[in-house]
Design a protein around this ligand. Structure first.
Ligand code: BES
Ligand code: MN
Ligand code: ZN
Length: 511
């Protein structure tokens, strides 16, 4: 699909469908203005031709168009100039309008275009209701909504459905802001889709080796330097905890490194760490078979980090950033970790593996130790770490664990700006105490069993991070997949690309 900005009058477009945004009318205004006194009309539209607005007004008067959030009304053969059909999409109440409203509305419009078999469309940027949102950020949000909604995973389907081929973002004014917004939005959304694609590939088609190869491929044409360590190097680097998880599988592990230098060498890098578990069977503590197929998504933290790095490089941000992705399968096998086995992490700490299904923390431990050795300005990690966070927060809010107040606030701002949802979770000395081992320094499972399972997992990770480095852990087990029942730009089933945009925003805020 092509997406581009164009300065043009609506009448001279020549597309299948013209998309216009409409809003709900504020009530007070409706009463005071005589011409708007028709009780049935609840919708307002601006920045369009007289012909279009009268068509929409009459639909609204008949109760067929309200302007509500994500409402789409399609006018087939609308008899307007410049487009064959007309699609109205609702932004809801102008008082609560923000970039997320637009992102969702654009995605809803895109689904309607697909459903109506429109091959080309133009979106009237001038119909976006007046607000505090800049033209650049509005265009970025619209672009993100469209490009993210265009994702579907069809690699293994013989029959692929035809989609929308071209989307023009049209405005009567020529503006650099529209161009910049479109460009940034496209890069960010394409990275989200790349993350989804990595997640949606099944275990046999996205092994640790393949994940490393895809990171290399995606970095082509950017300033990113990508490297990966094989099994013997991982062993030589004393990553005994990470290595132990890989031993049950015939697939070799990989430790993937991505580095981007967009600022002066003296500036400390921000560091991303992502769990790259390409298939989690549970190992010897094997998972029940029902739903086990979803454990192909267990590398979504790693995928998010890879995708965020690609976006940072393509956006040419003036930051230094490095990423570490420990990638492995977790399988039962003759050499697999057995419950009770003791492994030694890179920092010398010994760990009892009391449940081989608590493997994410084992691979992240060594990656975090290595990340700290780079003396970064901060570390953020993303991992599909615990089933407990799914119970606690569901699939919209990502749980964030950090004891660093400043970093917590920074993350909240970044997520707000990116249009994602994060929620602060507790991480205290109580949780740390729960992770003490009986025969080793630490246990990979909590003494208290399942209680506060996400917090005790975070407390375990904390044992591998230097105290003076600001660090936050994102548990994306709930948000990394199947978010499409809530968000129109996410696939109903499949990887969501969660936290890519927040990580990119964190880097932008560092510039
Ligand atoms: N990958 C899982 C966590 C997970 C569960 C992600 C559900 C997505 C959906 C992780 O490796 C795991 O198995 N965690 C265990 C930890 C427990 C054994 C302490 C869990 O949450 O049950
Ligand atoms: Mn597991
Ligand atoms: Zn896992």
């Amino acid at each position: 699909m092509k997406i581009e900005v164009k300065k043009s009058a609506l009448e001279s477009l020549g597309v299948d469908t013209l998309v216009v945004f409409v809003s709900k009318r504020a009530h007070e205004k409706a009463k005071s203005k005589k011409e708007d006194a028709t009780p049935a009309r609840t919708m307002v539209v601006e920045g369009v031709t007289r012909g279009i607005s009268s068509k929409l007004d009459s639909a609204s008067e008949q109760g067929a168009l309200s302007g509500a959030n994500n409402e789409t009304v399609f006018f087939r053969d609308a008899n307007i100039s410049g487009a064959r059909h007309l699609l109205a999409v609702g932004l809801g109440d102008p008082k609560t309008f923000d970039h997320e409203t637009l992102r969702q509305a654009a995605a809803s419009a895109f689904s309607a275009l697909k459903g109506q078999k429109s091959r080309s469309a133009a979106i009237a940027l001038d119909s976006i209701a007046d607000s505090d949102l800049s033209a650049e950020l509005a265009t970025q949000a619209v672009t993100e909504g469209i490009v993210m909604a265009n994702y579907s995973f069809t690699d293994f389907k013989q029959k692929k459905d035809e989609g929308v081929e071209k989307v023009i973002l049209v405005s009567a004014k020529k503006s650099k802001s529209h161009e910049t917004g479109q460009e940034n939005g496209r890069i960010i959304a394409e990275s989200v889709n790349f993350c989804r694609w990595l997640g949606d590939r099944p275990g046999n088609r996205m092994t640790p080796t393949m994940l490393a190869e895809e990171a290399v491929k995606a970095a082509k044409g950017t300033k990113l330097k990508v490297n990966s360590w094989d099994k013997s190097r991982i062993k030589a680097e004393k990553m005994g905890s990470f290595l132990s998880v890989s031993l049950g599988s015939t697939q070799e592990p990989r430790f993937i490194t991505m580095e981007y230098n967009g600022a002066s060498g003296s500036k400390k890098p921000i560091c991303f760490v992502g769990k790259g578990l390409t298939f989690d069977s549970g190992g010897i503590s094997i998972k029940p078979s029902g739903g086990m197929e979803d454990m192909k998504y267990d590398m979504c933290g790693g995928a998010a980090v890879i995708a965020a790095m690609v976006a940072i490089a393509r956006l040419k941000l003036k930051v230094n950033a490095i990423a570490f992705i420990p990638a492995t399968e977790n399988m039962p096998g003759p050499n697999a970790n057995k419950p009770g086995d003791i492994v030694i992490a890179r920092n010398g700490k010994s760990i009892e593996v009391n449940n081989t299904d608590a493997e994410g923390r084992l691979i992240l431990a060594d990656a975090l130790v290595y990340a700290c050795e780079q003396k970064p300005a901060m570390i953020v990690d993303a991992a599909t770490l615990t089933g407990a966070i799914v119970v606690a927060l569901g699939n919209l809010h990502t749980g964030v664990f950090t004891r660093n107040q400043k970093l917590r606030e920074r993350i909240q701002r970044a997520a707000d700006a990116a249009g994602e949802w994060v929620w602060p979770m507790p991480l205290t000395d109580f949780h740390v105490r729960d992770m003490k081992g009986t025969y080793a320094d630490l246990s990979n499972t909590a003494a208290k069993g399942r209680d506060a399972g996400s917090a005790t997992a975070a407390a375990f990770l904390e044992q591998f991070v230097d105290q003076d480095i600001p660090w936050a852990h994102f548990d994306i087990a709930g948000t990394a997949w199947h978010a499409g029942d809530r968000l129109p730009y996410c696939p109903r089933k499949g990887a969501s690309g969660a936290i890519v945009r927040t990580f990119v925003q964190l880097a932008m805020d560092t510039e």
